[in-house]
Design a protein around this ligand. Structure first.
Ligand SMILES: Nc1nc2c(c(=O)[nH]1)N(C=O)[C@@H](CNc1ccc(C(=O)N[C@@H](CCC(=O)O)C(=O)O)cc1)CN2
Ligand SMILES: Nc1ncnc2c1ncn2[C@@H]1O[C@H](COP(=O)(O)OP(=O)(O)OP(=O)(O)O)[C@@H](O)[C@H]1O
Length: 236
C-alpha cells in the first residue's frame, strides 16, 4: 500500500519506496493532526457547546469594533468569510446568526477542484448541500471567487490547532493555505485572518511544524477572547 502523506496512516519504516518517504515534519504534522482530532472528538459536548457560544459572542464583539472604527466599509457593506463548523468543530451556527444580525454579509467556503475555495452567501435558512469534496455542508447559491467579493473585513479560518507563533494546522486538504497564499498579509489592504479553536487547541510556540506553504494567522479566537499571535504588520 502506498504511503498516504496527508493522513500518515501507512508509512514504511525505511525508504524502500523510490524516495517516497515523507520528510519528518510531514509525518509529525500528520501525527499532530491525528492527536488533535481525537482530543477534539473527546471534548465534552456540553463544553464544546458552551465554548462555541462564547466564541460567537467574542467574534461578534470584535466585528462590532471593526465596523465601529470605520463606520462600515466604504462601499456600505462589510463581508466576513466564515465557515460552517461540522461536529466536533466549534459550532459556528450561533456565530453566523450573530454576524447576520450585525448586518454583515456572511460568505462560506465551497470546495472546488484542485483544492480551491469559492464563496457563497449564507443567510438564515439558506439551503445547504453536502460537498462532494469534503465532509462539510455548503450553502446553495451563486459562487464567487474571493476577488469578486468586495468589502471583506475579516477572514475566519477553521483549524484543528494554532500555535503561539501563528502556525495553523487544518484538516489537511490545504484549501486555506492555497487561498491565503494569494492574499498576502503584509499588504496595506490585508484582511485579518483569525483562526477559531477550543481553548485547549492554542498550542505553545513551535508546536506546529512549519512548512513553506503554511500561511500564518494573525490571531486566534477562543471562548476567552482574541489572542494576537504575531507582532509584525498586524492588521488585527
Ligand atoms: N467546517 C469546515 N469547512 C471547511 C473546512 C474546514 O476545515 N472546516 N476546510 C478547510 O480546509 C475546507 C474543507 N476541507 C476539509 C477537508 C477534510 C475534512 C475532514 O474532516 N476530513 C476527514 C479526514 C480525512 C483524512 O484523514 O484523510 C475527517 O476528519 O473525517 C474536512 C474539511 C473548506 N470548508
Ligand atoms: N499554496 C499551495 N500550493 C500548492 N500546494 C499547497 C499549497 N498550500 C498547501 N498545499 C498542499 O496541500 C496539502 C495539505 O497542506 P496542509 O497539511 O498544510 O493542510 P491544512 O492547512 O492542514 O489544510 P486546510 O487548509 O485544508 O485546513 C499539502 O500536500 C501541501 O503541500
Amino acid at each position: 500500500m502506498a504511503p498516504h502523506y496527508i493522513t500518515g496512516e501507512v508509512f514504511p519504516p525505511h525508504d524502500h519506496n523510490g524516495g517516497m518517504t515523507p520528510p519528518e515534519h510531514v509525518t509529525e504534522k500528520a501525527r499532530l493532526r491525528s492527536v488533535l482530532r481525537s482530543n477534539r472528538a473527546g471534548l465534552d459536548p456540553i463544553e464544546r457547546h458552551e465554548q462555541s457560544h462564547a466564541m460567537a459572542g467574542m467574534v461578534a464583539e470584535y466585528v462590532s469594533g471593526l465596523l465601529g472604527s470605520s463606520g462600515g466599509s466604504a462601499t456600505g457593506h462589510a463581508v466576513v468569510t466564515a465557515y460552517l463548523g461540522v461536529d466536533p468543530e466549534p459550532d459556528t451556527a450561533p456565530l453566523l446568526a450573530r454576524l447576520h444580525a450585525l448586518g454583515v454579509d456572511v460568505v462560506l467556503p465551497v470546495c472546488e477542484p484542485q483544492y480551491r475555495l469559492s464563496w457563497t452567501v449564507w443567510t438564515p435558512g439558506v439551503a445547504l448541500q453536502r460537498s462532494v469534496r469534503a465532509p462539510v455542508d455548503e450553502p446553495v447559491g451563486p459562487r464567487r471567487t474571493f476577488e469578486e467579493l468586495s468589502g471583506v473585513r475579516l477572514i475566519l479560518v477553521p483549524a484543528l490547532g494554532v500555535d503561539r507563533s501563528g502556525q495553523r494546522i487544518g484538516q489537511g486538504g490545504g484549501y486555506y493555505d492555497r487561498f491565503l497564499a494569494r492574499h498576502p498579509r503584509n499588504r496595506a489592504d490585508a484582511v485579518p485572518r483569525i483562526g477559531m479553536v477550543y481553548r485547549s487547541e492554542v498550542l505553545p510556540e513551535g508546536a506546529i511544524p512549519a512548512e513553506p506553504h503554511d500561511q500564518p494567522l494573525d490571531a486566534v479566537m477562543t471562548a476567552d477572547g482574541l489572542i494576537r499571535l504575531r507582532t509584525d504588520d498586524l492588521p488585527v
